[in-house]
Design a protein around this ligand. Sequence first.
Ligand SMILES: C[S@@+](CC[C@H](N)C(=O)[O-])C[C@H]1O[C@@H](n2cnc3c(N)ncnc32)[C@H](O)[C@@H]1O
Length: 233
Amino acid sequence: MGLSKEKGAPQYSDYLELFWGNDRQLRSARFQDIFFSPNGIEETRHVFIEGNDLPANFKENFHIGELGFGTGLNLFVALQLWRERCPDSILQYTSFEIAPLPSKIITEALEEFDAIGDICREFLSEWEKGKIKIEIPNLAFELIVGDVRETIHTFNKKVDCWFLDGFSPSTNQEMWEEDLLQHVADRTKSGGTFATFSSASSVRENMMKAGFEISRVPGFGKKKHMLKGVLSK
Ligand SMILES: C[S@@+](CC[C@H](N)C(=O)[O-])C[C@H]1O[C@@H](n2cnc3c(N)ncnc32)[C@H](O)[C@@H]1O
């Protein structure tokens, strides 16, 4: 594909209308948003790892669900932590994604993150074979491809925690609709958790209606707040 990170290079256009911003961050013109902040690993740790009280909540057969796989950064950070803390067991990770990225783009988007470089390469060597189920040491991963509002119905498991990582609710409302977030709650174990970078009141209300006890806590970087919650049922 023709998307190149070189300055001035021709830009690739697809469903997400990807382009590299002047700050060399991967962006979607369709959703007018970035995939992660410049300090992406720290953002993932703050929002999704700490937001779900990991690694304290890790246990046997732990299952993470994610809305919005993007570059896989959240997976790589979570798997790295899992391997440190639970080297003898397997992390289940299911992610929903409408437009899977080619491994070249993922590699370029994450090239500055040396800390997860090895895990990323290990995963992508399977990903680039076009696999949607990937097993590498300590990981059983599944990608569910399509619009999550439809594909969520095919997922009949309950997870321990959710990484809600759609683009911003202001441009990607479909990832934060009441119906979808109810399906998320229905697929969460009792006492399970979620975390998201967003602090939008609509997200907060929809997650409350779905049965989560919500906390608004300090966000990452320029974001004043983010949301996290526990399924109270
Ligand atoms: C903010 S990005 C995810 C960032 C990602 N976690 C990462 O580490 O790069 C949001 C993702 O949601 C996906 N997405 C947007 N609308 C969707 C939909 N209706 N169903 C499934 N995925 C969707 C986009 O393609 C994009 O990859």
